[in-house]
Design a protein around this ligand. Structure first.
Ligand SMILES: Cc1ncc(COP(=O)(O)O)c(C=O)c1O
Length: 367
């Protein structure tokens, strides 16, 4: 017996590259191309002037941030949970809600952290195939469908939870609200997590359903639409009960995950709705312009409601395209995985950046 027999072995998530060369056009991790709200700068100045406060532990309830989010989304502060990016929030949710040894369901093509957390926490899962056009088939998430198979002697099905991003990543495809409500309503004995990392770019949020369904958890992030990926701020909104359970686990794990600057800057950013709307609208406009250019160049892609597009070209393979863009100092994301290895995911940057991408693509494709 060696100490290594006791090691929790797991395969870590592979994040998109963060290149050292700052002159590249970085369109590989869906960050926002615009700076955070200037109110974050004011909060940062306050933190700097009051740096002596860093002696103290942060507010474990993250009160300023929770209050700002509760006001903005018109919910009770007890319905808000915050964490170190939505990765932290989702990871805590897995730890809290998926404990029965029964499996969870998520799409076969989706955010590639879900299976990493499932493996880390030893949660069985079934990856439910998307349709060929990359849409989610909601009937797969209704008890009785194939993914629920394996009913035990008690008559209970084998599923304890469901998670999917809406819009999905890396496809960018949105599932309509009626379908989401059907899934949540059909699974009252399971937690359903809707990961809305990209919802602010023109998709519809399922937040209004929270008042009606105790088993629904909505997760969002400041990393994309609020331009704050570097600070690590994410949050969840759900019923008081669901949020209460999440907090109990979080406070049993590490009470002080969010640091004071993140809480204060996050609160300032959450209060600046005007800037938030202006940058998301700008990104949507750029995306729609870029889609037209892509069509013109012969690309094929599912319709995106996010800050990225998922594209393939009939004449140049994605991997080759990625390499040729890289030679022109443009970095995009390629996933060498079944069903999607012909696609590239391109984050929407500024107009200037996307014009440079179009120029590079024209050159590569000889158009
Ligand atoms: C679908 C989805 N969920 C969650 C996250 C995590 O975001 P963060 O931890 O930065 O909030 C990402 C990041 O790319 C994502 O694509």
């Amino acid at each position: 017996m060696s100490w290594e027999d006791n090691v929790r072995r797991t395969e870590p998530y592979v994040a998109g590259e963060q290149p050292k060369d700052k002159t590249v056009i970085k369109l590989n991790t869906n960050e926002c191309p615009y700076p955070p709200s200037t109110s974050a700068r004011v909060a940062a100045a306050w933190v700097s002037e009051n740096y002596d406060r860093l002696r103290l532990y942060p507010d474990m309830d993250a009160t300023p941030l929770v209050s700002a989010l509760a006001e903005y989304y018109r919910v009770d502060p007890e319905q808000v949970f915050v964490g170190v990016g939505s990765d932290d929030v989702i990871s805590m949710s897995f730890l809290t809600f998926f404990t029965s040894g029964r499996k969870i369901l998520f799409p076969d093509i989706t955010y590639s952290f879900y299976d990493v957390w499932a493996n880390l926490y030893r949660i069985p899962y079934t990856a439910v195939p998307l349709r060929d056009d990359f849409t989610i088939d909601p009937t797969n998430y209704i008890p009785g469908s194939a993914a629920y198979a394996g009913r035990g002697e008690t008559g209970e099905d084998e599923v304890c939870g469901i998670i999917f991003p809406n819009p999905n990543a890396p496809t960018g495809v949105e599932l309509e609200q009626g379908a989401i409500e059907r899934i949540v309503a059909a699974n009252p004995d399971k937690i359903v997590i809707v990961d809305e990392a990209y919802v602010d770019f023109g998709a519809e949020t399922a937040l209004p359903l929270v008042e009606k369904y105790e088993n629904l958890l909505i997760v969002q992030t400041f990393s994309k639409s609020r331009a704050l990926a570097g600070l690590r701020v994410g949050f969840a909104i759900g019923s008081r009960k669901i949020i209460g359970y999440l907090k109990d686990v979080k406070f049993s794990f590490n009470s002080y995950t969010m640091n004071e600057p993140a809480i204060l800057l996050g609160a300032a950013v959450a209060r600046d709705a005007a800037y938030f709307h202006s940058i998301t609208e700008r990104i949507i406009r750029t995306r729609e312009w870029f889609k037209e250019e892509l069509r013109d160049l012969g690309f094929d892609f599912p319709d995106s409601r996010t800050n990225f597009v998922f594209v393939r070209h009939p004449s140049v393979h994605a991997k080759q395209l990625q390499q040729q863009l890289r030679e022109r100092k443009i970095i995009v994301r390629y996933f060498d995985k079944p069903r999607i290895n012909e696609y590239l995911r391109i984050t929407i940057g500024t107009d200037e950046q996307m014009k440079a991408v179009v120029r590079a693509l024209r050159e590569i494709l000889g158009k």
